[in-house]
Design a protein around this ligand. Structure first.
Ligand code: SF4
Length: 444
């Protein structure tokens, strides 16, 4: 008997919105659903029920999440909601009273319970076909590795601590076992994510663990060193410029981990940073950046900024531009300040008018693009290693050590013959624009 033809597995549709941290939650839920024998449906019509993983970070994300729930209800009718917006169930139920269940973020167990209640799981060992590394939503060759949940900071523009709770780090051995499984499944690049990577382990008193016969502590530097020993690219995101972060720079210079730091500086004016209540706002970041670059000259620094934060004066904005000039960051993204319901920054005086915010945003992005273009131009003529993400019309779209997927630039290799997605290649950089590089393969 062909069992797959006779046993129909219940099918769950999945909509995943939000940041990489939400994506990891989605991967966990999907992995667990597959473990329990559910199929993941390609669309609403084929699904018996739909799970929507929402984002509640800023108002536009909330609107997008509410619209996605509405669409799932229209097209399918049976919807379970999870994710950041789910921390505020009233907001969802007011607009969509027919949803079956609402859970908050990082609630895999509750989502599974709700799915099981509304779509009872099959008990058939023959449909348990989960690969050992679980189900991932990223391409096969890179994966996000979430090391902690929540955050102990109190940035005035952010409600993530209210949505996701206090910092809860995963013990290092648990993180490393997951990383080993990912590498064994073919992952070539691990992207470490959390809300505050530099705070990793502080909530669990740097719990001692044993891994591969070594005694380690669940702390930032041991995390970096041991992930770096797995033989794949390791990229660190959401790091704050605390003094203890300096210790990772030599590991970058030795290529134990990638010479890449994603630090959300958010502003360059100390007074704005203070109003933002940013972690490490009192640190002299320019001095720190200079020291890092001295010890690791090819370090790539990426960051995000908010322009038009309440009370931002022209002088403070000029300070930000001067800071950016001095910092010479490689990769920069910016947001115009947008009030998030529940954030304390909403109560600050002197909100910046929309047209002023728009003009500051443009001035900021223009400067960032000029800096980026100059820094990329310096790489023309050099050789580097790239990881190929995909081939499009005979062109390989790849990334160098300095490019994280989706948020940074790419390296385009015109003659892609013989190149394959998920493989490394040695290339010579032959051209650069404001954000991307052009290269050719180096043949020996
Ligand atoms: S560090 Fe600040 S912005 Fe980031 S999650 Fe924590 S409170 Fe929010």
């Amino acid at each position: 008997m062909n069992r797959t033809a006779t046993v129909k597995s219940p099918s769950v549709g999945f909509v995943s919105l939000g940041c990489p941290k939400a994506l990891v939650d989605s991967e966990r839920i999907i992995t667990e659903l597959k473990l329990r024998g559910y199929e993941i449906a390609p669309g609403y019509q084929a699904a018996d029920l739909v799970v929507v993983n929402t984002c509640g970070f800023i108002d536009s994300a909330i609107d997008e999440s509410l619209d996605a729930i509405g669409e799932a209800l229209d097209q399918n009718g049976r919807v379970i909601v999870t994710g950041c917006l789910g921390a505020n169930p009233q907001r969802i139920l007011e607009r969509h009273p027919k949803v079956l269940k609402v859970t908050g973020p990082h609630a895999t167990a509750q989502v599974l319970e709700a799915v099981n209640e509304h779509l009872p799981q099959p008990h058939d060992p023959f449909i348990d076909l989960l690969p050992p590394q679980g189900i991932r939503l990223t391409p096969r060759h890179y994966a996000y590795l979430k090391i902690s949940e929540g955050c102990n900071n109190k940035c005035s523009f952010c409600i993530i601590p209210a949505l996701r709770g206090k910092l809860a780090s995963r013990p290092l051995d648990e993180v490393l076992f997951e990383a080993e499984k990912l590498v064994a499944s073919g992952v070539k690049e691990l992207l470490v994510i959390s809300q505050d990577t530099s705070a990793y382990g502080s909530d669990i008193r740097y719990q001692p663990v044993s891994w591969r016969g070594q005694q380690l502590e669940s702390r930032f530097i041991d995390l970096a060193r041991s992930l770096g020993s797995l033989g794949v690219w390791v990229r660190l995101h959401y790091v704050y410029p605390y003094p203890h972060v300096d210790a990772v720079i030599p590991l970058m210079a030795e290529r134990v981990v990638l010479p890449y730091l994603d630090i959300p500086f958010q502003h360059g004016s100390p007074t704005v940073l203070k109003r933002m209540r940013r972690p490490a706002h009192a640190e002299n970041t320019l001095q720190r950046i200079a020291a890092w670059r001295r010890d690791c000259p090819d370090l790539t620094l990426r960051s995000t900024f908010i322009v038009g934060f309440p009370g931002e004066t022209e002088a403070e904005f000029e300070e930000l531009l001067q800071w950016l000039d001095a910092a010479q960051l490689d990769r920069v993204g910016a947001f115009k300040y947008s009030p998030v319901a529940g954030a304390t920054a909403n109560d600050l005086a002197d909100h910046v008018p929309a047209e002023v915010m728009e003009s500051r945003y443009e001035r900021f992005m223009e400067k960032a693009a000029t800096i980026s273009a100059a820094r990329l131009a310096r790489r023309v003529g050099s050789n580097c290693r790239v990881l190929i993400d995909r081939i499009e019309d005979g062109v390989a779209i790849a990334r160098s050590e300095g490019d994280a997927p989706d948020i940074d630039g790419v390296v385009r290799i015109a003659k892609a013959r013989g190149l394959r997605a998920g493989e490394f290649a040695e290339v010579k950089i032959e051209g650069a624009d404001a954000y991307d590089l052009a290269a050719r393969v180096v043949t020996n």
